[in-house]
Design a protein around this ligand. Structure first.
Ligand code: E4P
Length: 214
């Protein structure tokens, strides 16, 4: 399973990369806005830190504009994946971008039929937002399971990128179900590492080590 960090914060990204567990990055306009810097500058900086797919989102909502913006983003670096909203105009744009050899991440997916159409349009990744479904009383993990099953049934090459992951159990279940990628906030990456028995065990070992002669 590939793990991406869902962040536009360069310090966080550098730290996660140093842990050796990051395969790529996803950003969105809300994450970029938090940095107070321009999208292009942030994306260029991320490209210098991470050698893997980096999703950068378009702001246009018409197919022509999405393709235009997508080509500009893709020209920044070969690792750029153009993030496109899952709307009719977005799906049209994905077809054009994928024919031009540009990788796409279709975002804001909240249903399996949406994911099916994104795959048919040639999306490189589909991003179901499982945490946001849970937030309104739905079952985000069930959506991941449906999409994995449908893509496997028909052999679609589009990768399932589980997004809006809020806690370690989300990641665990996505891994069990065979999601290709999970994009995770920095805070959750740190939570994945934590176990009270690890901390207790280490403290005990260090204490006992003081009794070792020599
Ligand atoms: C994915 O690409 C999105 O940036 C992200 O996972 C959204 O997560 P949120 O629902 O926590 O904002």
């Amino acid at each position: 399973m590939k793990i991406f960090i869902d962040s536009a914060d360069i310090a966080e990204i550098k730290d996660a990369v140093a842990m050796g567990c990051i395969d790529g990055v996803t950003t969105n306009p809300s994450l970029i806005a938090k940095t107070g810097r321009s999208l292009e500058k942030v994306i260029r900086d991320i490209c210098e830190v991470v050698d893997g797919p980096i999703s950068a989102e378009v702001l246009a909502t018409d197919a022509e504009g999405i393709v235009r913006e997508g080509k500009i983003l893709a020209a920044i670096h070969p690792n750029i994946v153009v993030k496109v909203p899952l709307i009719a105009e977005g799906i049209r744009a994905v077809r054009t971008l994928s024919s031009a050899g540009i990788n796409t991440n279709v975002t804001l997916c909240f249903s399996a039929p949406q994911a099916l159409l994104a795959a048919k349009a040639g999306a490189t990744y589909i991003s179901p937002f499982l945490g946001r479904i849970d937030d309104i009383g739905g079952d985000g993990l069930e959506l991941i399971s449906q999409i994995v099953t449908i893509y496997n049934n028909y052999g679609y090459e589009t990768e399932v990128l589980a997004a809006s992951i809020r806690h370690p159990v989300h990641l665990l279940r996505c891994a069990e179900m065979g999601a290709d990628v999970a994009t995770i906030p920095y805070k959750v990456i740190l939570q994945l590492l934590k176990h009270p028995l690890t901390d207790l065990g280490l403290a005990q070992f260090l204490e006992d080590a003081k009794k070792i002669p020599g």
